[in-house]
Design a protein around this ligand. Sequence first.
Ligand SMILES: *Cc1c(COP(=O)(O)O)cnc(C)c1O
Length: 228
Amino acid sequence: MINKKEIFEKNLDRVLRNIEQARLSVDEHSIIKLVAVSKYSSSEDIEMLYRLGQRAFGENHIQQLGERKEELKNLPLEWHMLGHIQTNKINKLIELKPSLIHSLDSVKLAVALNEKLALKNIKLSALLEINSASEESKSGVELSMAKDIYQEIRATCPNIILKGVMSIGAMSEDYEVVKKSFEATYNIFDALKNEGATICSMGMSGDYELAIKCGSSMVRVGSSIFKG
Ligand SMILES: *Cc1c(COP(=O)(O)O)cnc(C)c1O
């Protein structure tokens, strides 16, 4: 039988080493946070990763986030919401109180979320998702509008604590194209540092080292950790 624990250990060690190498090539004083994306795995897998030291996990669907959080409620895990949020699921999302929502992708969603949060007198932390390569298949606000939208949400949605930006790199085999999309997101982040932006969430299994080199402070890695 394949020993999953050994595979996870090897995977996690490799990812952490790669993160560390990329980090040192950019800035010795930065801290890069790893969010392990558990959407393709099971609660048992998550528990194994926890035993190896991983604490932050990300899910794409509110339903699955709820199930995992309930099943693993005895562990001190930190949950991140990464996927597109439908307005009719906002109440459920608020109930789950994720430590960070990466996928705030429109003013409309922000207003609806803020309204429900205000009613319950709760605040939640979120990142503005940017569609950095203007791809139709992706959620997120247009690059050219991102700064204004960030400021608008910050000014009008007091129950949302905006902490920065999130982006999925351009879907391309061309390194330069992906790099450009990360740089564009980083530039927005950089311009918002005086407005509460401390987190730049970019980079997945295929491109997290590049993302770190472009200024990412939080990477979301799934398959490179959970797949054998
Ligand atoms: C699935 C997903 C990830 C992780 O993807 P991998 O390629 O498996 O590392 C990261 N961010 C978001 C928003 C995702 O949907």
